[in-house]
Design a protein around this ligand. Sequence first.
Ligand SMILES: Cc1ncc(COP(=O)(O)O)c(C=O)c1O
Length: 358
Amino acid sequence: MSTLWSDHVAGLIPYVPGEQARIPDLLKLNTNENPYGPSPKAIEAMQAALGDDLRLYPDYQALGLRQAIARRYRLQADQVFLGNGSDEILAHVFNALFLRGGRLLWLPDVTYSFYRTYCRFYDVPHRLIPLADDFSLRVSDYTQAVEQEPAGIIFANPNAPTGRALGLDAIAAIAKAHPDSAVVVDEAYVDFGAESAAALLREFPNLLVVHTLSKSRSLAGLRVGYALASSDLVAGLLRVKDSFNSYPLDRVALAGAQASIEDEAWFERTRHAVIDAREQLAQDLQALGFDVLPSQTNFLFARHRRQDAGEIAQGLRHQGILVRHFQAPRIEQYLRITVGTPEQCVRLCDTLKAVLSA
Ligand SMILES: Cc1ncc(COP(=O)(O)O)c(C=O)c1O
C-alpha cells in the first residue's frame, strides 16, 4: 500500500474477474463468453473503420448507434445511453441514481457481485434482500409498503450467477410499487430466453434496463453496453458520463456495435444455438449427478449431489477447463458453467466423468 494513495483507496475491495489463464488447449467456461464469433458484418464494419478517420474524435453523442438501438426497441434515441461495457453503465447508474439522501439501495443477496463493489466505491448505503431457498426472487419482498422508500432497486434478470428469470408482471409490480425510486434491471443475459423489461418503459419512467453486447452479440472484447430508459433518467446518466469521459466508445467500437445490432439474422442463429446447447448440457449434467437450476442464460448453475464444488473446479482446471466457483455464502457448493458449442459441452462432460470418478 502506498502512502501516496487517496484516503479511500486502501479500503476498496475491487471486483475479481474470472481467471484468464494461459493454459494450452484451454476451454474457458468461466466468464460467460459466447462460443460463436461476432457477426461477420460487425467485423467488416470495424475493418472499414480502421483508417485515416481515427485521427478524429468519435461522435460524442454516438447518434448512429443510439438510433440503431432505439429503432430495434421502438424508442427514441434520447432514451438510449451507451457505455464502455455495461459495467461502466452500472458504475454511472450507481453514481447518478442511487445516492439519494441516505436512502438505501435494495438488491438481492446473491447476484452480480460488481453491484456491491460499486456500493463500496460510491458509498451507497444498501440493504441486501435474501433470495428464497431455491434462489428465486420473492417479489413481495420488493413491493411491501415501507417507512422509507429505497434510493433505488437493482437486480439482474435473468439473475447471475443463478440463471433464474422473473416475468414482466413481477418487474412491473416492483416498478409500480416504488415510483420515486429508479428500478434498474440488468439484462446482460436476457436474449437467452427471458423477456426484456424494455417493453415496460412506456409505462414506468422510473425503470432502466441495462444490456451488453458481450454475451448474446459475442463482443465481450469490444466493450459496449447500453441502457434503455426514460429520457429523464438518460439525461442524468449523460451528466455523469460527460463529467467523467465524453468518449467512452471509440470509432471502431461504434461501427462494430451498430453493425452487430443491425444483423438480426446472425443474432437469432447464434443465440438459438446457445439455447439448444444449454438444454442438452443441463440434461447431461443431471445424468452426472448434478442438480441444475433452471436457466434462461448462457450458463448453468449446478451443484453436485456428492462432491465438493471447489474440488471439481480444481479437477477440471488440471484438465484445461475453467468454470466459475464462487467462495461466497449460500453458493459455495455451486459451479457456474458457461454453455459452449456442442463439441465443447461434450469435452466438458467427458472430463467431468473422469474428475468425478477420480
Ligand atoms: C449480470 C452482469 N451484468 C453485467 C456484466 C458486465 O458485462 P460487460 O461489462 O461485459 O458489458 C456481466 C458480465 O459478466 C454480468 O454477468
